[in-house]
Design a protein around this ligand. Structure first.
Ligand code: GAR
Length: 207
């Protein structure tokens, strides 16, 4: 990290991109010392891409079927991330397992948000799973990404109460309200921690 420069991050999304926008807005308001250098999106028609354009954030949108393997498209993504000097990756509704190529290029620097209290309800439709189980409490988890499906060390969690007459839509709205507060908070903390660690390293190098 160069003195006086913002930490560059990337956000990966596949859908609406409301979490991406929550982070982008806090950055615009000067609440997080970071810059979103790239939005990576595996669905070129996703609304997340429109949100990025509105914020003048560069986008790499791709279709996985245009590549012969995950390794091939992840190599392209890594090149784009490195060219943009990205230090941290935040997955925000990116509905793909991260492969070895990205994990090796960004060890302990990839973070995900998931709409349940992991390890409960990993994978797709965590909100639907919570409704079907009739759980009384679910929530949101932010965690480091490893090779598993919604596994990896947990960074932060927040609970959400499920009412008796809860529908998928009302629960999703409650969860997203929590996500839009929690994710930017974690982004801010991790970016600040990285800057501090780099300053300590730099001091040690100079002395
Ligand atoms: C979010 O609720 C996020 O937690 C979930 O996708 C949604 C994306 O919404 N992610 C997962 O389920 C990952 N397993 P958004 O596109 O509006 O940010």
């Amino acid at each position: 990290m160069r003195k006086g420069q913002l930490t560059k991050i990337a956000v990966f999304a596949s859908g609406s991109g409301s979490n991406f926008e929550a982070i982008a807005e806090q950055i615009t308001q000067g609440k997080i010392d970071a810059e979103i250098a790239l939005l990576v999106c595996d669905k070129p028609d996703a609304y997340a891409v429109k949100r990025a354009e509105k914020h003048h954030i560069p986008v790499f949108a791709f279709r996985s079927k245009e590549y012969s393997s995950k390794q091939e498209f992840e190599q392209v993504i890594v090149k784009k991330l490195k060219d943009a000097e990205v230090e941290f990756i935040f997955l925000a509704g990116y509905m793909r397992l991260i492969g070895e190529t990205l994990l090796e290029a960004y060890p302990e620097k990839i973070v995900n948000i998931h709409p349940s209290l992991l390890p409960a309800f990993p994978g797709k439709d965590a909100i639907g799973q919570a409704i079907n189980y009739k759980v009384k409490i679910t929530g949101v988890t932010v965690h480091y990404v490893d090779a598993g499906m919604d596994t990896g060390p947990i960074i932060e969690q927040e609970s959400v109460r499920v009412s008796n007459d809860e529908s998928r839509e009302t629960l999703q709205a409650k969860i997203q309200r929590v996500e839009h507060e929690l994710y930017p908070k974690v982004v801010k903390q991790l970016v600040a921690k990285t800057v501090k660690e780099e300053e300590i390293d730099e001091k040690a190098r100079v002395n």
